[in-house]
Ligand binder design. Structure first.
Ligand code: SAM
Length: 260
């Protein structure tokens, strides 16, 4: 069943039978890309908690509308909120990290700038990338069957990240250096309902940065005996933690068929 992200639905309960006008991008996707026609059925999700049965009510140019039906699925907030803090990386590596992280159930992605980050963004470029990252996250959400969008923050400094993430809960910093703990040290449930997983940029963390993080209460965690690329480390770390504490080990069918 084709799915469409309709932020217009997020305002609250939508009356059954309501007709929603689609914007140009949404209309293009349904009529041109998916080649749906009037009367075709699909699902529309609000990005927060609900997915609705829907029917393409009108497929004429500039008049494309959906008729909204019953709430077909609801998604509760995750019992464990995995947050991935990713050092700013070159080219479109963050697009790949965000896409994989959404598929793995990340709740929030927090890009950050650390000492060895090669990429430096001015305000305009930051806005442009944020817009693109949010589109990548919404598309990954549509593809993998999620209803709740992942939150995407604007990049912050490493120091800002440390302060705010540690205030929220445990901070696990992926560190390939000598002092890192093995992941087996984290096999038991953290007790906390959230944790921030931190992955450095291509150049890694400066030793002082890892030291500062540890002094402020972060745990340095080894991801094994090989050096992972920054775009490998984030998804790998997230998959492990989601298996240990999140929903990857629940065995629930991927169709997300928690039909009402
Ligand atoms: N120091 C690395 C090197 O010598 O090439 C550069 C950093 S690595 C490409 C990018 C990031 O991935 C690191 O900052 C770290 O967060 C994470 N990472 C990569 N391999 C890891 C490992 N074996 N254990 C823990 N973290 C790792």
């Amino acid at each position: 069943m084709e799915r469409l992200y309709l932020p217009q639905l997020a305002s609250g309960a939508v009356a059954q039978g309501a007709t929603i006008a689609l914007d140009e991008g949404q209309a293009h996707y349904l009529v041109r890309v998916l080649r749906l026609r009037k009367g075709d059925r699909l699902r529309a999700f609000d990005g927060v908690a609900r997915e609705y049965a829907a029917v393409l009510a009108d497929d004429r140019p500039r008049r494309v509308t959906l008729e909204i039906g019953v709430v077909a699925r609801e998604e509760a907030p995750p019992a464990f909120r995995a947050v991935l803090a990713q050092g700013l990386a070159k080219q479109d590596k963050l697009d790949v990290v965000i896409q994989k992280a959404v598929e793995l159930g990340v709740a929030r992605v927090r890009p950050f700038v650390s000492r060895r980050a090669v990429l430096r963004l001015d305000a305009a470029e930051t806005e442009r990338r944020l817009d693109r990252w949010r589109k990548v996250a919404a598309e990954a959400c549509r593809q993998c069957g999620r209803i709740r969008l992942a939150e995407l923050d604007a990049p912050v400094s490493f120091e800002t990240l440390l302060d705010s993430a540690l205030a929220d809960g445990p901070l696990l910093l992926a560190y390939e250096g000598r002092d890192a703990e093995p992941l087996t040290a984290f096999a038991a449930s953290p007790g906390a309902r959230t944790a921030t997983l931190v992955v450095g940029p291509e150049g890694g963390f400066a030793p002082e940065e890892a030291q500062t993080a540890r002094e402020r209460g972060a745990r340095l965690v080894s991801l094994g005996p090989r050096i992972l690329r920054t775009e490998t480390a984030g998804p790998a770390f997230l998959a492990i933690v989601q298996y240990l504490w999140g929903d990857l080990a629940t065995g629930r069918p991927a169709t997300g068929e928690e039909e009402r």
